[in-house]
Design a protein around this ligand. Structure first.
Ligand SMILES: [Cu+2]
Length: 401
């Protein structure tokens, strides 16, 4: 047991402190309290406030599967010494199956006593104390094939009730691990599960930034746990919705003007050949961004000595709603090529292609509508306090409530 626990030391990135591999008690469990060799027990008299940690993830709330996202943790300004980061990724609770662990709370633990919880399921567990619900602990259990370990968490009272706390308040452990809750205070404490979230996996990413692939589907979460040399933790997460993006609408319009009456010697302007526009219709499913690229080429210049419109092969292009409104995009002047961009909503639209008077030519236009992502369904677990109301929060005695 001791050997396997020690072998795991390097894996327990979050649970261990820099330069301190934890101490072994006679029972073979690993004591992960903040009693580091550097600071000694005295440090425990000062509440370990959480590090102010933030995480940024590139992209919007909706990203395509497989998208590579840039993730950056903001180094906590209040950290002491080097900061290490543990990155985790997984579906959010409520969007993935959760097997609730067998034991979700300890009995009331008197001062000097202890009790334990074996975390027999993978997941993210937000624990609180009863009757001091502001005492919080985050236990992340990974199904990573590593053998389970036993670690000790201490209840510390501090100078006032607001200082009551779990030490450490953050753990990352293999599935099947046991946490012994040792009451070092003078009050009775009890550990209760407030929320169990879906299992996450640890990313190979180290350091404050890197790339994460948007795997899975539905609401997913990137979580980072920062730890400083003093044994303080910070935790930040960012949720986003992974789903295939809407299929764009594409259409290609090819056509010509006046080629039904070709002549080696084109008529002189004003052209008897006319210049009636071509009107093409399309239907937009819903709101999106329209892109239209066009080219036109002169059908006469290569085969005749003169051309009524000179060497022009220009056309004007207008995109409007059916009947002319609303106006989506237009060329500012006739051109032989160009790109238009505009916004469309759901409905019928037309592309109107108008040649320069008298011109003989061909054109080609490509239309693309990139539809806006549909807003994803509401994030079901954005607020931990709404979860497990009957199982974990009953009897809570929040200050001021
Ligand atoms: Cu308590």
């Amino acid at each position: 047991m001791r050997g396997s626990a020690l072998a795991l030391v390097s894996l327990l990135l979050v649970a261990l402190f820099a330069g301190c591999a934890g101490k072994q008690d006679p029972g073979g469990s690993t004591d992960l309290s903040a009693t580091s060799t550097q600071t000694g027990a005295k440090a425990l008299d000062t509440p370990l406030t959480p590090l102010a940690t933030a995480v940024a993830v590139s992209g919007g709330d909706w990203v395509a599967p497989g998208a590579s996202l840039d993730v950056t943790a903001t180094p906590p300004k209040d950290a002491t010494g080097d900061v290490t980061y543990t990155w985790l990724y997984g579906p959010m609770g409520g969007t993935a199956p959760i097997t609730v662990m067998k034991t979700t709370q300890t009995a009331m633990i008197d001062p000097g006593s202890n009790a334990s919880i074996t975390f027999d399921q993978a997941g993210v567990f937000l624990e609180h104390c009863h009757p001091h619900p502001w005492m919080r602990q985050n236990v992340t259990i990974l199904d990573n094939g590593q053998p389970p370990v036993t670690v000790v968490t201490h209840f510390h009272d501090g100078a006032s009730v607001g200082d009551f706390r779990f030490v450490p308040d953050t753990l990352v452990l293999p599935k099947g691990s046991t946490v012994i809750y040792q009451n070092d205070g003078s009050q009775a404490h009890q550990t209760m599960l407030m929320q169990q979230d879906a299992p996450v996996t640890q990313l190979s990413l180290k350091g404050a930034s890197g790339q994460v692939s948007a795997s899975g589907s539905g609401w997913m979460r990137v979580m980072v746990i920062a730890q400083d040399a003093a044994g303080r933790f910070g935790r930040a997460e960012r949720d986003f919705y992974v789903n295939p993006l809407p299929t764009p609408l594409t259409a290609k319009y090819d056509g010509s003007y006046n080629l039904t009456a070709p002549s080696p010697v084109p008529a002189q302007p004003p052209s008897p050949l006319g210049s009636s526009p071509d009107v093409r219709a399309f239907t937009s499913e819903r709101a999106g961004t329209l892109f239209l690229n066009f080219t036109s080429s002169d059908a006469v210049a290569g085969t005749a000595p003169t051309d009524p419109a000179g060497d022009q092969s220009a056309i004007s292009v207008d995109v409007t709603g059916k009947g002319g409104a609303p106006k989506v995009a237009s060329t500012s002047a006739p051109s032989d090529k160009g790109s238009l961009t505009g916004r469309v909503g759901a409905g019928d639209y037309t592309v109107t292609l108008t040649p320069v008077a008298g011109e003989m030519g061909t054109y080609s236009a490509t239309l693309t509508i990139v539809y806006d992502p549909i807003p994803p369904p509401a994030n079901p677990y954005s607020d931990p306090s709404t979860q497990l109301g009957s199982a974990g929060m009953s009897g809570m005695n929040m200050p001021g409530m």
